[in-house]
Design a protein around this ligand. Structure first.
Ligand code: ZN
Length: 261
């Protein structure tokens, strides 16, 4: 029997999700999902089709063209290849979309010293986060996270993942919703990195929490978990990205750690 897929596959236009990690959004899709290996989603999360054994495609409405189906099949074949290389995706219209939302990406990059971070073509399932959502990370970061988490547990410290990989589309959605609610670009950027500039796009960064602590609060710095990370995270390749008074003007984020290969 084939093992259930444990990767998230990205292309510029679509994502392939392991079907077992998703729930049908309409009753009519449930059977297609139950028998599928993969679900094809648009980058903003809409279900387009399922892919079952031998590349059998079951389109979910809205119907797509058969040209799309061949592209999806090819991605699913690559996804099943055990050591398929990880590429980064083109940045694809990001700057134009940011400009529409009132943000000049070039000016932002210069002002903050942050770089645009492309999305990887493949992410690995690194477990589940605090909210029981799949935790997607690059393969190396995922292994390092699980080793670090086990070592912390041996020392009596429970580390929680709050959030790992996030796509450009996801971050763009947050940004666009806040703009629509009337927040200014500067207000949003005080809390969120601009879409395309978050380390979470790389699959190598994650937000870490600990039991009973609210997520992503500065108070995390006073926990035993943070003290443990300060002493040991470096042994696993993780470092704090945004210490106090960092040169990027990003608020102090004791919860945000990046794995350096
Ligand atoms: Zn973060």
């Amino acid at each position: 029997m084939q093992l259930r897929p444990r990767h998230l596959i990205n292309s510029a236009d679509i994502e392939l999700w392991p079907a077992w990690l998703l729930r049908a959004r309409r009753g009519a899709d449930a059977r297609a999902l139950a028998t599928a290996d993969w679900v094809v989603r648009s980058r903003d999360g809409a279900y387009l089709a399922t892919i079952a054994a031998r590349g059998r495609i079951h389109p979910l409405p809205p119907l797509q063209s058969s040209r799309d189906a061949e592209t999806w099949r090819a991605l699913a074949r690559d996804a099943d290849a055990p050591h398929a290389p990880v590429r980064t995706l083109p940045m694809h219209g990001l700057e134009r979309r940011l400009l529409e939302l009132g943000l000049d990406a070039e000016e932002y990059a210069q002002r903050t010293g942050l770089m645009q971070i492309p999305e990887p073509s493949r992410l690995a399932l690194a477990g589940f986060d605090r909210y029981r959502r799949p935790l997607w990370l690059g393969a190396g970061a995922g292994r390092a996270w699980n080793r670090m988490r086990a070592a912390a547990a041996d020392d009596g410290i429970a580390l929680d993942a709050i959030s790992g990989y996030r796509s450009h589309a996801y971050q763009m959605g947050i940004f666009a919703r806040k703009r629509a609610r009337g927040l200014s670009v500067d207000d949003i950027l005080a809390v969120n990195a601009a879409p395309g500039f978050s380390e979470h796009h790389s699959g190598d960064a994650l937000d870490i929490g600990s039991d009973g602590e609210p997520p992503a609060e500065e108070s995390f710095e006073r926990t035993a978990a943070f003290r443990w990370l300060t002493d040991h995270a470096g042994d696993y390749g993780f470092q704090l990205s945004y210490p106090r008074d960092n040169p990027h003007g990003i608020v102090y984020e004791p919860w945000h750690w990046r794995w350096i290969d």
